[in-house]
Design a protein around this ligand. Structure first.
Ligand SMILES: [Zn+2]
Length: 435
């Protein structure tokens, strides 16, 4: 297992000790700018085949010397490329399906389209990869508690992994947090508190970190830098699993819903590591999908300048930051990618379409990636022959109310065929015909 050697600033390269991670690089931080740090390791000793063996796993019966525990699965099968911990805090996260979207893909002009369906994680979102690694590191260092700022998936996942680790947990949310999410977080035993604004959440988390010594799984500062560097490592495994599923190749384009850019930088680091190991021969173009032009506008500016855009309420409440992060912009720039703005109407239309044509009910904040891919295909910015992977970060069941608002009222009828025919025609536009 590799040892975490330290942390390094993504912007200026300044190095910091491996623990504890500061909220941003102290060397280049200013009132207008904050860059995250990332993990650096001592040599992990892996080569191309060694990496592929990790992905494939090894049956206990194949081990030399007789029976032994089976190799770890999911995120932790890649333990040599993650922060070293003696006892991972795990609920079986990772190993999610890469599902081909043949019907929807052909409809939108992308016959080679896949969905990385992260709703099949323990708390139904990709945040479980981040929280498993982050809380494992926190527990290994004896953190007295875990804290997060979240109105959604990040909070639910943090609460679950804190519970798994036996640590107290506090979550600061905003008034817009859906009731389902609040229930989920409280069910996992977290102390959920509502504060007025997104910025207030971060200030409160920062205070709990400073005064109580608790470990934050989310961003804690303004302007935002991103989540804890240890947690970002968990997202590398999304890239590993995609490359393994595509027979050790990268897609041409990967579309990712964006907020603080944790997913963008984590997945980008995963692809970069595989390129360096010779596991893949090129990296994908990354595209950010967002409801406001935070990243789209910032990409037009010099790399060191961050800016904010106004926000409004959005169905894609788990994404939709007004303040892009340096780490997210860096991943987009290095991959020669872009950012696509999708409005609520288009996102919700694709939520229904994905569910009704492919059987996958994804959260609005997730399906925004599919809507963005469709827009790029329609505009000729993705070639029809391109292999495209959209990241679906969570399940539609996290916020079913936003879907229900755009669906017809369920008809109540007398139990006879005449009434059924009229109801199906009026409500669903369906006319039955005998075969
Ligand atoms: Zn720096």
């Amino acid at each position: 297992m590799s040892r975490l050697a330290g942390l390094r600033c993504l912007h200026c390269g300044t190095r910091a000790p491996a623990w504890p991670a500061p909220p941003a690089c102290p060397a280049c931080r200013s009132p207008e700018f904050a860059a995250n740090l990332v993990c650096e390791y001592e040599d992990h000793g892996l080569d191309t085949e060694g990496f592929r063996r990790l992905a494939a796993g090894r049956r206990a019966a194949d081990r030399p010397g007789g029976p032994a525990p089976a190799d770890p699965s999911g995120v932790w099968r890649f333990a040599p490329l993650l922060p070293d911990v003696a006892a991972p805090v795990t609920l079986g996260e990772g190993d999610t399906p890469l599902t081909p979207l043949r019907r929807l893909g052909s409809e939108i002009g992308l016959p080679h389209l896949w969905l990385k369906d992260e709703s099949q994680n323990p708390t139904w979102s990709f945040k479980d990869r981040l929280c498993s690694v982050a809380v494992s590191v926190a527990a290994a260092h004896g953190a007295p508690g875990v804290v997060a700022a979240s109105t959604g998936n990040h909070g639910a996942s943090t609460a679950a992994y804190a519970a798994r680790a036996g640590l107290p947990c506090a979550i600061f949310a905003t008034p817009t947090a859906p009731a389902t999410i609040r229930t989920l977080m409280q069910a996992y035993g977290a102390m959920v508190v509502i504060v007025p604004t997104t910025e207030d959440r971060w200030r409160m988390v920062g205070a709990v970190v400073e005064l109580w010594g608790w470990f934050p799984t989310t961003n804690t500062i303004l302007p935002p830098a991103g989540s804890t560097p240890y947690g970002l490592e968990g997202y590398k495994t999304i890239a590993y699993e995609i490359a393994a599923a595509l027979e050790w190749s990268a897609p041409d384009v990967m579309v990712i819903p964006v907020s603080n850019g944790d997913g963008l930088i984590g997945i980008w680091r995963g692809f970069q590591e595989m390129l360096a190991l010779g596991v893949i021969d090129r990296t994908p173009v990354l595209v950010a999908a967002e409801p406001y032009p935070a990243y789209a506008d910032a990409l037009l500016d010099p790399p060191h300048r961050l800016r904010t855009v106004p926000r409004s309420e959005s169905a894609a409440f788990n994404v939709g930051t007004g303040a892009p992060t340096y780490q997210g912009l860096l991943a987009l720039r290095e991959s020669e990618g872009s950012a696509i703005v999708v409005d609520d109407a288009a996102t919700l239309a694709f939520q229904r379409r994905l569910a009704a044509t492919e059987g996958i009910y994804a959260e609005a904040s997730s399906v925004i990636s599919v809507a963005a891919a469709a827009r790029l295909a329609a505009g000729g910015q993705i070639a029809p022959g391109a292999r495209v992977v959209c990241l679906s970060t969570s399940s539609g069941l996290k916020d079913p109310g936003v879907t229900a608002a755009s669906l017809p009222q369920v008809p109540v009828i007398e139990p006879d065929l005449g009434a059924l025919g009229r109801a199906l025609a009026e409500t669903y536009g369906f006319t039955a015909s005998r075969c």
